[in-house]
Design a protein around this ligand. Structure first.
Ligand SMILES: Nc1ncnc2c1ncn2[C@@H]1O[C@H](COP(=O)(O)OP(=O)(O)O)[C@@H](O)[C@H]1O
Ligand SMILES: [Mg+2]
Length: 240
């Protein structure tokens, strides 16, 4: 029995809500939704954390515009504050170098990061999930007991199909589902809500494709001014 497992429960016990942002596929906006939701709630006075669990392709730090992250040591490590958010990412430990990990190494790194991080009291912790339902996602489910899932899907049939499969697995594992948020909707796309027949999950709304989002990546004040952030704010109000 890994002694770190009981430590993880204690590390997370003062966090009111743990929200995993997931959706099956890569490139659908999980990281930007996780980071921007955290920023929006922090700006509104909540105590918020953001954990980048996409160890093979971490990028939340790029969205936040920071790579100089030095966690403080204090009976574990305290996540650095970035724009009011307690932020933890594997990039704090990789010195900017790329790294490739096998499944068991990823599991070990996730366990270690969860065991050493001192989040303290938080109203919300957003977990930026890796794509797919491989080892890292299953480890997160195993290790972070109280996660609720916010699922992202784009108008693509491919994305929708993969998201539905993830939903099925999550339901079989009795995970709590907050709802489905559509992202990158274009004018010509029919709303995803019409394609969710038979699913017993809430539809939280649609975020349009925002051509100005890219230039705001890495610049938090500009990011919070985008149409994307405005629409996300409305959606976030529905599930907090
Ligand atoms: N609504 C949107 N409008 C325009 N670009 C978007 C939108 N949502 C996400 N993107 C862009 O798509 C890319 C992938 O987003 P990301 O959050 O990294 O996806 P994931 O975490 O699912 O792999 C990023 O460049 C992001 O800025
Ligand atoms: Mg991502």
């Amino acid at each position: 029995m890994d002694p770190r497992l009981s430590v993880i429960d204690r590390r997370l016990e003062k966090i009111e809500n743990i929200i995993a942002v997931s959706g099956g596929k890569g490139g659908i906006g999980k990281s930007i939704v996780a980071a921007a939701s955290a920023l929006i709630l922090a700006k509104n006075g909540h105590r918020v954390g953001l954990l980048d669990l996409d160890f093979c392709g971490p990028c939340a730090h790029v969205i936040l515009g920071t790579d100089k992250l030095y966690p403080e040591e204090e009976k574990g490590i305290i996540p650095p504050k970035v724009n009011g958010i307690s932020f933890m990412s594997i990039i704090s430990f990789t010195a900017g170098c790329p790294w490739a990990l096998r499944g068991s190494e990823v599991s070990n790194a996730i366990t270690e990061l969860l065991a050493i991080t001192q989040w303290g009291m938080l109203d919300y912790l957003f977990v930026d999930m890796p794509p797919g339902l491989g080892d890292p996602a299953l480890d997160a489910i195993r290790l972070i007991k109280r996660m609720k899932y916010l699922l992202i899907a784009t108008p693509s049939k491919v994305t929708l199909d993969v998201m539905k499969k993830e939903l099925q697995v999550l339901e079989e594992l009795n995970m709590r589902i907050i709802g489905i948020l559509e992202n990158m909707k274009r004018k010509e796309n029919e709303s995803l809500s019409s394609k969710l027949d038979g699913l017993k999950v809430s539809f939280l709304g649609s975020l349009d494709y925002d051509p100005h989002l890219e230039e705001a990546i890495g610049n938090v004040p500009e990011l919070l001014k985008t149409g994307f952030a405005r629409q996300l704010h409305e959606a976030v109000e529905k599930f907090i």
